[in-house]
Design a protein around this ligand. Structure first.
Ligand SMILES: CC(C)(COP(=O)(O)OP(=O)(O)OC[C@H]1O[C@@H](n2cnc3c(N)ncnc32)[C@H](O)[C@@H]1OP(=O)(O)O)[C@@H](O)C(=O)NCCC(=O)NCCS
Length: 169
């Protein structure tokens, strides 16, 4: 995957305010997590995951990407703390990239519509608590709503680093 590095990462405020408190549960219940749209750079202060390129994208490019129509970013909060984000875009899969059972016999355009998880990350101090899994489920739920109500969408694709593909299995 091609990712561009540009400017700085995590905004002006210290990240200590985003440290998971010692009494934070080892698994966070899905009901305690809230998803909000990214609408302002002010929402992002203090967020830092373990991947510098993803930090860079979130802080320096995510808002513009929405304006440019290339991806939409969703933020995940726990008790008003930003603990994760994911960015979605539309995608296309050509039928010669599919295994036989996934293709629709006789489908003429040969290009299947999909939703792509373009980027996804958990705050580096909040890992291992189920936030990543919650975000993947959210992506799936959004894709289902799109395909049932708004537009054809047959697959969910993932733009992932090779060494992290295991997370999505
Ligand atoms: C990968 C990442 C999103 C996981 O987030 P998280 O909030 O710690 O994930 P969860 O706590 O929901 O873990 C869900 C499951 O995935 C597993 N998992 C976590 N990271 C993994 C990885 N890198 N490879 C394989 N499995 C992984 C966990 O062990 C857990 O399995 P379990 O339910 O059997 O215990 C997070 O480590 C991260 O942001 N990494 C940097 C960015 C990144 O790699 N993004 C994703 C792909 S490009």
């Amino acid at each position: 995957m091609h990712r561009r590095r540009t400017k700085t990462t995590s905004g002006g405020r210290g990240i200590s305010e985003h440290l998971a408190p010692v009494n934070t549960p080892s698994k966070i219940s899905e009901q305690a997590l809230e998803v909000r749209e990214l609408t302002s750079i002010d929402q992002l202060y203090g967020f830092e995951c373990s991947d510098p390129d993803l930090n860079d994208y979130l802080h320096n490019a995510a808002l513009n990407s929405f304006d440019e129509g290339t991806s939409k970013t969703h933020l995940v909060y726990y008790n008003s703390v930003l603990v994760g984000f994911f960015s979605l875009a539309t995608d296309i899969i050509k039928d010669d990239h599919l295994i036989e059972d996934d293709a629709k016999p006789g489908f003429d355009p040969h290009n299947y519509p999909a939703i792509k998880i373009a980027r996804l990350a958990t705050h580096k101090d909040w890992g291992g608590r189920g936030i990543g899994l919650f975000m993947v489920k959210q992506c799936m739920a959004i894709a289902i709503v799109i395909s049932r109500r708004y537009a054809g969408c047959r697959f969910i694709t993932v733009d992932a680093y090779k060494e992290r593909v295991g997370f999505y299995h």
